[in-house]
Design a protein around this ligand. Structure first.
Ligand code: 6CS
Ligand code: FE
Length: 299
């Protein structure tokens, strides 16, 4: 049985100091790694905004593919599509890298993988991918949460050795519900209150309650270093640590805020049994079978 160093979903909230590195530095980091300022900023803040990310030219094609996949999911694979709580609008579609060659290739962008492997100090595989559409007028909020808290409790992810990438496929503006992060929050694990219902994902992926932090803990984290909402055009991206506290407001503007969300987990951190005791979530949410190591460039 793997030791549960981040107990959560109990009777009371708790703030637990992170027990894992943020950047898994090798014993003798190469000069190139030592000079890579991105690694130190990621270690300090728990996220990196990458305005020039590797998808600049591809953003329009990725956005078109996101529309194609919305239709495909509705027609052929309804189980991977989730709707907004109060409308027929599609909120998210999951496992996009497994249903689209375009997104499969995007996940393997060599320069991106090089940065991710530098941070995690390991080979990686895709734990989860999704499109969050945050549609015009109807896109609802994603309340504050740590992804790792859910992945640890409900997917059995043992340690904090995963990163998330959110690529904007439409303009991410100050007004249409951009992703908000709390700098430095990745260094504290906020244990959440509440027993996890079976098949919790059916409600949590629409409007999360269980697995969201208490207001006192959120206030404490936000008071330390504030809240940031990096914005950027299509192709810009936010890379953030699995435990960075984040969320986003609803979108009542005519401008959709669609992003491609890819989660890279270290191959040494594969899922075990869910620590909250529920049954494992479906493969399209947390990969257990389809966990092939992503290729290194030129191999
Ligand atoms: O439960 C999950 O895995 C998903 N939930 C949220 C709100 N963010 C992380 C992940 O996509
Ligand atoms: Fe999240």
């Amino acid at each position: 049985m793997i030791d549960d160093v981040y107990p959560t979903r109990g009777a009371s909230p708790a703030a637990i100091e992170r027990r894992d590195p943020v950047v898994y530095w090798p014993d003798r980091p190469s000069t190139r790694m030592q000079r890579d300022d991105r690694l130190r900023r990621f270690e300090r803040d728990g996220y990196l905004f990458l305005p020039e990310l590797f998808f600049q030219g591809a953003a329009e094609a990725l956005h078109q593919e996101a529309e194609n996949l919305r239709q495909y999911a509705l027609r052929e694979r309804p189980e991977i599509a989730f709707f907004e709580a109060d409308s027929e609008a599609v909120r998210s579609v999951f496992a996009v890298h497994r249903h689209s060659e375009v997104f499969a290739r995007a996940c393997e962008e060599p320069k991106l993988l090089e940065l991710v492997r530098s941070i995690l100090g390991d080979d990686v595989y895709v734990h989860q991918s999704r499109l969050n559409y945050k549609p015009a007028f109807k896109g609802r909020e994603f309340y504050w949460h740590s992804d790792f808290e859910t992945w640890h409790a409900e997917d059995g992810m043992p340690r904090m050795r995963a990163v998330s990438l959110s690529v904007s496929l439409t303009p991410s503006l100050t007004t249409n519900g951009p992703l908000m992060v709390i700098p430095g929050s990745h260094k504290t694990f906020i244990s959440c209150v509440g027993e996890t219902p079976n098949d919790h994902f059916r409600e949590s992926l629409v409007q999360q309650q269980v697995g969201t932090p208490d207001e006192a803990s959120l206030t404490d984290l936000a008071n330390r270093r504030g809240v940031k909402a990096p914005t950027g055009g299509p192709g810009s991206a936010l890379l953030f640590d699995c435990n960075t506290m984040h969320g986003s407001n609803g979108n009542i503007t005519p401008f959709p805020r669609t992003n491609l969300f890819i989660v890279y987990n270290a191959c040494s951190n594969r899922l075990a049994s869910p620590f909250c005791g529920t049954s494992p979530r479906p493969e399209f949410i947390g990969a257990r079978e389809h966990t092939a190591t992503l290729p290194r460039a030129g191999r």
